[in-house]
Design a protein around this ligand. Structure first.
Ligand SMILES: [Zn+2]
Ligand SMILES: [Zn+2]
Length: 229
């Protein structure tokens, strides 16, 4: 599907670094829209829609203060820019600790990748048992990218147990029982993201999934060996 990609004007002071682009199909009617597929969730489950947008586009976990990003968060695509360029947008990386800088830089992702991640997460959310049914245009849009939305086919990216939509119920900042997870925590793109139980995501930590499973396997092997000796 070809998308419109017309520029959407925003009031963000970071707008000059990266224009916001319309994600509706090319030649669409009506207003341009950056997150058209979130319009329905914004009505039925606004905290879920906000979480998808936030997790897809913002960094997490740094002691960050800026009017635009809010505390602890900044747009992931700003973290691609050099320290020098960032200064021009009022972001002073030199004022932050090395550890915080490393954490923020690790969350860097370009705008297109962030848009793909948001789309994939929306598709994923609609697969969950007890999720609302998407309106036909949104379903068609998402299925065009990622295939049929089958209810009851959403699994935790880490432990492979089913994930129910109502796990989002506590979707206040960082407090939901379901979190956005990455197979490789250093790559933020649609082929590498999913949802996971909060506990599973925390357990995985900075490891890739293969590293994490190998780590668990080694532990279990040692535990088994110590029992049998
Ligand atoms: Zn448009
Ligand atoms: Zn899990």
């Amino acid at each position: 599907m070809e998308l419109c990609f017309q520029r959407i004007r925003s009031t963000s002071r970071f707008d000059k670094a990266q224009h916001r682009l319309c994600q509706l199909p090319k030649g669409h009617n009506g207003n341009h829209d950056e997150f058209p597929y979130l319009r329905h969730l914004q009505k039925t489950n606004p905290t879920v829609a906000a979480k998808i947008k936030r997790d897809a586009t913002m960094t997490t976990g740094a002691a960050w203060k800026s009017d635009d990003a809010g505390p602890n968060r900044i747009l992931r695509w700003m973290m691609i820019l050099s320290d020098e360029e960032l200064l021009r947008y009022g972001v002073n990386m030199a004022a932050l600790s090395e550890q915080v800088v490393a954490k923020l830089r690790e969350k860097a992702a370009n705008y297109d990748a962030c848009m793909r991640v948001a789309r994939k997460l929306a598709w994923f959310a609609y697969q969950m048992p007890r999720a609302p049914i998407p309106p036909e245009p949104i379903q068609t849009y998402l299925e065009n990218f990622y295939g049929p939305i089958n209810s009851h086919s959403a699994y935790c990216l880490v432990c492979r147990q089913p994930l129910e939509f109502n796990l989002f119920a506590n979707a206040r900042r960082g407090k939901a029982d379901v979190e956005t997870a990455h197979s490789n925590p250093r790559i933020h793109d649609d082929n590498n993201v999913g949802f996971a139980h909060r506990a599973c995501n925390i357990a995985q930590g900075a490891k890739t999934l293969p590293e994490f499973y190998a780590w668990i396997r080694d532990i279990l092997n040692r535990v088994d060996a110590s029992h049998s000796s």
